[in-house]
Design a protein around this ligand. Structure first.
Ligand SMILES: C[S@@+](CC[C@H](N)C(=O)[O-])C[C@H]1O[C@@H](n2cnc3c(N)ncnc32)[C@H](O)[C@@H]1O
Ligand code: SF4
Ligand code: SF4
Length: 337
């Protein structure tokens, strides 16, 4: 692993480093410093240019169904129709990604990806077709025993597992509808099966969104899992464009949102939403059944929104106005690959 990659991983996954950097960056003295500004603006321009033709990552929402009721997630208030992407549309999207030279696909959206019975088949199709990096983000509640070998054979590169507690009492408060013991057992079974096969992939990463409800368990959690899984990410609660309460990220400088220059998000019905936080599809940039991915990516609608962001006019876009995602200390551009 290159030194730069190792530093990157430390910032991305190490709770203490991430918190330290986040706290430092919330100080005006840092982000208003002219030298920091100059270096940062140069980096921003370089990165914006990097993905001007095709996105860095394509997020494919296989389904937006979910049975859980997590406290910090607005799924319970989502009004958008619930559905499952057809295999036909999914394959068309993967084929188009290959044609465009897109190397990174993540299969999940605003729902629980493992509720989809075609999940492993989808991953296998993407990997066998030649997509270099294929990942997912799951609560891992619905991992059936017979699914484990299929998942390992599918070639999936990373499984990012949302598991935000060290005790079943806290878990129940944060993720009602899901079961602590089942998820814990599923994580252990998955790691065991992968290790027994001598595989290094999938990389297994745990995600812990820290809140007042679980922050007294963070240390216990890290001690419990640090030698079991490959990485642990501890992150802040964000407010889902203003629809959910978060007291963590309330002030500071905002950047042009890097998601607009890195990710394209395709809903189960083919609609392309503004970003992964636009869970209600309030801004639809196009539909991949009718328009090519690169045309949506380079299209007038997204270009206009990017310009507002570059000018600092976040208020001009309804959902960006109250969004906390692009606070500098939450999501600085130097974490974008
Ligand atoms: C919307 S979920 C979809 C995938 C899957 N259902 C899951 O829970 O992993 C994607 C990720 O968003 C995280 N998430 C949900 N609400 C959040 C919030 N308010 N702040 C930060 N992360 C949040 C979840 O923990 C999860 O890792
Ligand atoms: S965080 Fe994931 S599991 Fe929880 S309600 Fe939202 S979509 Fe469902
Ligand atoms: S600022 Fe928020 S709503 Fe706007 S593009 Fe970024 S994440 Fe999406």
């Amino acid at each position: 692993m290159k030194i730069s990659e190792s530093i990157y991983n430390r910032v991305l996954y190490d709770y203490r480093v991430k918190k330290l950097v986040g706290d430092l960056l919330s100080r005006r003295a840092i982000y208003n410093n002219p030298l920091y500004q100059k270096l940062y603006n140069n980096l921003l321009k370089r990165k914006m240019n990097l993905y001007k033709d095709i996105p860095f990552r394509v997020m494919i929402e296989n389904t937006n169904a979910c049975n859980a009721n997590c406290v910090f997630c607005p799924h319970k208030i989502m009004k958008r129709k619930v559905g499952l992407m057809t295999m036909g549309l999914y394959k068309r999207i993967i084929d188009e990604c290959l044609r465009l030279g897109i190397n990174f696909v993540t299969v999940y959206g605003f729902g629980e990806p493992l509720l989809d019975k075609y999940f492993t088949e989808r991953i296998k199709y993407a990997k066998n077709s030649g997509i270099k990096r294929v990942t997912t983000n799951t609560n891992l509640m619905y991992l059936k025993k017979e699914m484990i070998p299929k998942l390992l054979e599918s070639g999936i590169d990373e499984i990012y597992i949302s598991f935000d507690a060290a005790t079943k009492e806290t878990y129940k408060k944060i993720r009602p509808g899901l079961d602590f013991k089942t998820v814990e057992g599923n994580i252990l079974s998955l790691v065991k099966a992968r290790n027994e096969k001598g595989l290094v992939k999938p990389e297994i990463v745990l995600s812990f969104v820290e809140t007042d409800m679980n922050k007294n368990e963070t240390k216990k959690y890290l001690d419990k899992w640090k030698n079991v899984v490959d990485n642990i990410s501890i992150s802040y609660v964000h407010n889902w464009t203003g629809d959910i309460k978060s007291n963590v990220l309330t002030k500071g400088k905002k950047d042009p949102c890097r998601l607009l220059w890195s990710d394209i998000v395709i809903s189960w019905n083919g609609d392309v939403q503004l970003c992964c936080n636009d869970y209600e599809n309030r801004i639809i940039l196009g539909n991949v059944k009718k328009t090519k991915i690169d045309d949506i990516w380079g299209g007038k609608r997204l270009s206009a929104i990017r310009s507002f962001h570059e000018e600092g006019n976040f208020d001009k876009i309804g959902i960006c106005k109250n969004c906390q995602y692009n606070y500098h200390h939450k999501s600085p551009w130097w974490v974008a690959k």
